[in-house]
Design a binder for this molecule. Sequence first.
Ligand code: T3D
Length: 264
Amino acid sequence: MSESLVLTSTHGAVRVLTLNRPAQLNSFTAAMHRELFAGLEAAAGDTAVRAVVITGAGRGFCAGQDLGDPDMKAAAGAAPDVGGVVERLYKPLALRVRSMPVPVLAAVNGVAAGAGANLALGCDLVIAARGASFIQAFSKIGLVPDCGGTWLLPRLVGRAHALGLALTGDKLGAEEAQRIGLIWQCVDDALLMDAALDLARRLAAMPVRALAATRQALDDAMQLDYAGALGLEARVQGELGQAHDFAEGVAAFLAKRAPVFSDR
Ligand code: T3D
């Protein structure tokens, strides 16, 4: 039997999904897409899971699309259906990550290129090993950033850095990525998984329904004016204010005890 292309492990309330094509720097085949999507679906459907970490096996995080994947090849003489691949595989994957009911962390262990970089950047928090790097490799092969890159990059680092990264396709080291605000944190290589799991466990113990709603509200507010954002906040607070976790958080605060959050 062939080995899984995405390894799944569970650490208390944290589900870790490890991209597992190390010899190809975990670049995406159609089969790896299916396994990652299924892993995310399973985590979303399991109420015991309260945070997800995505990482890579070996020395890379993910080198984007496997440029030699026979499943992606066009029929003889025809141009490849790159748009179809993005529509059928990368778009649902990016939307799945962004709509998870729990926080999603990327633990970037090595190079993250093309759609692999944007898979990481679409996660809620990105922690990278000092030796890791981010490459918007698309321009070098005549494409535009995909897997959410066109939307994510200018929002994360502003137009100047977004265009600098996307046009040059230059490699950006993890320290610099943290400095310009592309990622949350850069840690020593040997500490990456411990740091990612510590942070994921911390988030898992928090009111994760509110954390997922915070991600959604921040994304939604980018399309709104100030008054619209204030209205959005009132609506979402109205919903969360009816939930168990808010009552529990307030009760625990007043009783000077640790809260036990359970909503998802
Ligand atoms: O259908 C569609 O195409 C639409 C979707 C597009 C989304 C995209 O992601 S487009 C962007 C695709 N990705 C790239 O263009 C990146 C290609 N890779 C690289 O530029 C370099 O490999 C890296 C800069 C990421 C790392 O360089 P380095 O020197 O550390 O490693 P390497 O020697 O280049 O790679 C190691 C092995 O992984 C090597 O195989 P080998 O020679 O040992 O058998 C290499 O061919 C393989 N590999 C790396 N990236 C890919 C790959 N194989 C297939 N596809 C890859 N993307």
